[in-house]
Design a protein around this ligand. Structure first.
Ligand code: G3P
Length: 217
């Protein structure tokens, strides 16, 4: 499963990328706001750090305007994936931009039928939001499993990009289900390294090592 990092924080991206943990980046208008930076400028910087797909989201609501914005975003770098919302106009935009050879990430997906439409419109990535479904007492992971089954039934090549990941368990379950990609904030990716028994074991090793009175260096 590929790891995308869900942030526009270039320092965090650089740190994870240096460790080989970043196969791509996803951003959205809320993350651009959080970065406090200009969308074109920060996206260009991210594309210079990461060689994989970098999603940059359009903000228009009509297809004609989304297509124009998408073309402008795609000019930033060859690894831009234009992110469009799962609306009828977003699907029209997906069809046009993917037909022009651009990568397209269709976002804000909350149902299997929406994912089916995105695949038929030529999406490179579909972004089902797990955490936000969990927030309203639905099971976001069920949606990932349903989309996996449907795409496999018909051989759709659209990649399932599990988004709105909030927990380590979301990551494990997405990998077990067979999501192609997961995108998570840097804090969630870092938390994957943690385990209470690792901490406990290391603590014991340090105590025993101190008793040996030895040094390695
Ligand atoms: O990239 C969009 C998605 O990952 C948002 O996550 O936590 O704001 O629902 P969240």
């Amino acid at each position: 499963m590929k790891f995308f990092v869900d942030t526009a924080d270039v320092d965090a991206i650089r740190e994870l990328n240096d460790l080989g943990m970043v196969d791509g980046v996803t951003t959205n208008p809320s993350l651009i706001l959080k970065s406090g930076r200009d969308i074109i400028e920060v996206t260009k910087e991210i594309c210079g750090i990461v060689s994989g797909p970098v999603s940059a989201e359009v903000v228009a609501l009509t297809a004609d305007e989304m297509i124009a914005e998408g073309r402008k975003l795609a000019e930033i770098a060859p690894n831009i994936a234009v992110k469009v919302p799962l609306t009828w106009d977003g699907l029209k935009t997906c069809k046009v931009l993917s037909g022009e050879g651009h990568m397209v990430n269709v976002t804000l997906c909350f149902s299997a039928n929406q994912a089916l439409l995105a695949a038929k419109a030529g999406a490179t990535f579909i972004s089902p939001f797990i955490g936000r479904l969990d927030d309203i007492n639905l099971d976001g992971l069920d949606l990932i499993a349903d989309i996996r089954t449907i795409y496999d039934n018909y051989g759709f090549e659209t990649q399932i990009l599990a988004a709105s990941i909030r927990t380590a368990n979301h990551v494990t379950q997405c990998a077990l289900i067979g999501a192609d990609v997961m995108t998570a904030p840097p804090s969630v990716i870092k938390a994957l390294a943690g385990h209470v028994l690792t901490d406990k074991g290391l603590d014991q090793f340090m105590k025993d090592w101190a008793k040996t009175g030895q040094k390695i260096l």
